[in-house]
Ligand binder design. Structure first.
Ligand code: ARG
Length: 305
């Protein structure tokens, strides 16, 4: 409900500006004011979403592009033998037959033949619909050590049927990113990942959490000398200096979205859950792959396959 209220607010905001501003005024002036707030109110601004780690149960209808990638634990058994699908990663629908996710999801013996896409509800794996995967395209420059170019595209065997309105998420271009995703923008990440470092289990219910976008310099400083993974120019970081809210294991590949009043869904995807040290710890932001720099690769891959 928080979300529809937010959405209505944005809509009204967008409309009002549209009426007041002279024609031809720039998109920049329509940027919504939506700020992230910790439960104690320390980050200022209005209350927004408060699990993931530190978020709340999400209404799946609000994030209709969210899918789960499942791994078949019993792959290789004879046909007709029972399968055991376990949650592996998140992802988003960018075309009826294509899913955007993280490249690191497809390491260690996972591929098109032993994974599948699950779609259609809050409770992962319950009801909904499963889709077989034809091919996985990990970005050719993905590097598991530095975590550069952590994105992948998945082509389904069949296009998804009867997708609800708004199920195909819009990806941010660099122009939209400049306007709608500056430092401090309140973003939202969704997924069925772990609810905390001590809780080994993934979440049964889809979670959402709001996180401010953090500038790369601050993020680089926070991760300086803490391992091989680097913060690249094609990353976006989000989170709080004090931690408490974050994406976590199992959320990888899922979407980080920001409000955009110019698109019907009210949100555009700006990032893909990539990595972090721990989850929701102080001075350890969540690191996301920006989508904007890869629009060309995404379009080329989808149109030539
Ligand atoms: N690499 C993790 C995954 O495979 C996602 C980690 C995100 N971590 C974070 N602290 N934001 O699911």
């Amino acid at each position: 409900m928080h979300i529809s209220r937010l959405r209505d607010g944005l809509f009204v905001f967008g409309l009002t500006l549209g009426l007041i501003l002279p024609l031809g005024s720039s998109l920049a002036q329509q940027r919504p004011t939506f700020s992230c707030t910790l439960p104690d109110g320390s980050a200022g601004g209005r209350a927004a979403y408060s699990r993931i780690v530190g978020g709340t149960n999400a209404d799946w209808h609000e994030w209709p592009w969210q899918i789960a990638i499942q791994f078949d634990n019993r792959h290789g058994l004879a046909a007709g033998q029972p399968r055991d699908f376990i949650h592996m990663c998140g992802g988003s629908i960018i075309h009826p037959q294509w899913i955007l996710t993280a490249a690191h999801c497809y390491q260690e013996g996972t591929g098109a033949d032993n994974t599948r896409i699950w779609y259609g509800g809050n409770r992962v794996g319950a009801g909904g619909q499963a889709y077989d995967i034809a091919e996985v395209f990990t970005h050719p420059s993905f590097n598991l050590h530095t975590m550069a170019d952590d994105l992948a595209l998945i082509r389904l065997v069949q296009p998804m049927q009867n997708l609800p309105r708004g199920a195909i998420v819009q990806l941010q271009t660099t122009a939209q990113e400049r306007v709608f995703t500056p430092t401090g923008t309140c973003s939202v990440v969704t997924g069925w990942g772990r609810l905390g470092m001590e809780e080994q289990d993934i979440s049964a219910l889809l979670q959402q959490v709001d996180l401010p976008v953090v500038d790369l310099q601050t993020c680089r400083r926070a991760y300086q000398g803490r391992g091989e993974a680097e913060i690249h120019d094609n990353n976006i970081c989000a989170g709080y200096t004090q931690g408490t809210r974050d994406s976590c294991q199992g959320d990888s590949g899922g979407p980080l979205v920001v409000p955009d009043p110019n698109v019907p869904a009210g949100w555009t995807q700006t990032g893909i859950v990539s990595w972090g040290i721990g989850c929701a710890e102080a001075d350890s932001y969540g690191v996301y792959t920006r989508v904007a720099p890869y629009i060309g690769w995404i379009q080329a891959t989808v149109s030539s396959n």
